[in-house]
Design a protein around this ligand. Structure first.
Ligand code: CA
Length: 233
């Protein structure tokens, strides 16, 4: 079955362009021109990925992002007209997995959609990667790779797919330092992301917040300055 993509965009021209490109890639597309419409649709229909415009006429795209993230695990890519670092960080903090600044190049956006779907699908096909199935544990942290859940002292951490992947990689290589670049390559496998790897910093910060960990006195994820991140063995 074709992957289903939700497109929430109030500018008809952009929505149609997205539908055209996504359709050519073989995806099923559902378009919504308002936040209210999108909220109705996400309640009743299943999706594999959502593309959300940040500036919607009725509700804030970030609020929509947070609401979807509270209920669903599929990747969310934000479309933002603004190119400021704080907007990007805010989007990632609200549970988005990636962001694309308008005007965007359609082919680059398609590559990002593919990368996010590929990463997301890994959870749904555990039999393909038996080595990654099962439980990873560390000091009160329990990560179930098969059902994509993670608890810390029995409290659900509600990780986004990207946060989950970062933590999984660090736990699998416990004791070793993993660079931001390595995390990028492993998670997205797209070379053009290497220019953009400060967003790993944002994801790690958000992970620490959820774990009530700090960069200054980390109990879990330690920053090795100039090298990368590490979970002590
Ligand atoms: Ca808009």
């Amino acid at each position: 079955m074709a992957d289903r993509i939700l497109v929430v965009e109030d500018e008809a021209e952009i929505a149609e362009l997205l539908e055209l490109y996504l359709g050519n890639e073989g995806y099923g597309v559902v378009k919504c021109s308002s936040g209210a419409g999108a909220l109705r649709v996400v309640e009743t229909e299943a999706f594999d990925l959502a593309l959300l415009d940040l500036m919607l006429p009725d509700i804030d795209g970030l609020a929509l992002c947070r609401t979807i993230r509270e209920r669903h695990h599929y990747p969310i890519i934000m479309l933002t007209a603004r190119d400021s670092e704080s907007d990007k960080i805010t989007g990632l903090t609200y549970g988005a997995d990636d962001y694309v600044t308008k005007p965007f190049r359609p082919l680059e956006l398609m590559a990002r959609v593919r990368a996010q779907l590929r990463r997301y699908k890994r959870y749904n096909l555990p039999e393909r990667e038996p080595a990654k199935s099962g439980l990873l544990t560390h000091a009160g942290l329990v990560m179930n790779v098969q059902n994509h859940s993670c608890t810390l002292h029995d409290r659900d951490l509600s990780l986004t797919p990207t946060e989950f992947e970062i933590l999984r990689i660090l736990l699998e290589r416990k004791g070793a330092v993993v660079s931001a670049e390595e995390l990028f390559r492993e998670i997205w496998r797209e070379e053009y992301y290497t220019k953009n790897n400060n967003s790993i910093t944002v994801h790690v910060r958000h992970l620490r917040d959820k774990m009530m960990d700090t960069a200054e006195a980390p109990e879990y994820i330690r920053t090795v300055w100039g090298v990368g991140y590490k979970i002590e063995d």
